[in-house]
Design a protein around this ligand. Structure first.
Ligand code: HEM
Length: 204
């Protein structure tokens, strides 16, 4: 094994496990909930939308960035992360949705469609369901060309996430999200992709 292959394998292992940090960070609180500590469930409900929302945002952007990164760098070793991060986004956003829909010990819940922000977050999360369900090889083979068409659903997901951030009053995150995803989207356009690939090969 060459040094660069070994480095790529270590980088891949770290990148694949990185989203699990959100579970580790939440572990103390989850243990408190499991052991029935007073106020722990209420605290979980209070902190979950913020922590899970940010984690879902990172994995969503991460998943969308994989192909443009391949275009710019020529790497292929990291392509598996597209599916990994997509599934992480689904798992984290679904947990967010389930917690928002369930009552805490004081009978209080965030709600899933009571405000425009909640409705946009809920719709974005629900649109991830078909993407997650068809993220396996069997579905890819079965759907053929339709698999790619189905995955265009990621665009309304992005739009709904941007609206979610605007409606909950998180303008800074909305601007950062729209700016980064616009650049990533531009890098996916065929003429841009071809130009970047040619420029990379000339420089090599
Ligand atoms: C793909 C799915 C989602 C993404 C990417 C996402 C993203 C985010 C982000 C980044 C934040 C933090 C904003 C900040 O700190 O300024 C946040 C907060 C929040 N999200 Fe989401 N979210 C998603 C799904 C949901 C769902 C399903 C719900 C509930 C129905 C929800 C409800 C909330 C609430 C209530 C907040 C807290 C607002 C506050 O702190 O005042 N989100 N979300």
């Amino acid at each position: 094994m060459t040094t660069s292959t070994a480095r790529a394998e270590v980088a891949l292992a770290v990148a694949r496990l990185a989203p699990a940090a959100v579970v580790l960070l939440a572990a103390p609180l989850l243990l408190d909930v499991a052991f029935g500590e007073p106020g722990a469930l209420e605290e979980l409900h209070r902190r979950a939308p913020d922590v899970l929302g940010k984690a879902a945002l990172c994995t969503l952007v991460g998943s969308y960035a994989i192909t443009p990164i391949a275009t710019v760098t020529g790497w292929r070793w990291h392509v598996i992360l597209r599916r990994d991060y997509g599934l992480w986004t689904f798992a984290i956003a679904m947990t967010d949705l389930v917690l928002a829909a369930t009552l805490d010990e004081h009978g209080w819940r965030t709600g899933i469609a009571g405000t425009a922000g909640q409705a946009a977050g809920t719709m974005a999360t629900l649109l991830l369901v078909p993407l997650a369900l068809t993220s396996n090889r069997w579905s890819m083979r079965l759907l053929g060309r339709d698999w790619k068409r189905l995955h265009l659903l990621v665009l309304p997901v992005m739009l709904l996430v941007a609206l979610h951030l605007v409606f909950i009053g998180s303008e800074a995150f909305a601007v950062a999200f729209v700016s980064v995803t616009s650049v990533l989207w531009a890098l996916r356009l065929r003429p841009v992709r071809q130009w970047v690939t040619r420029a990379r090969k000339v420089r090599a």
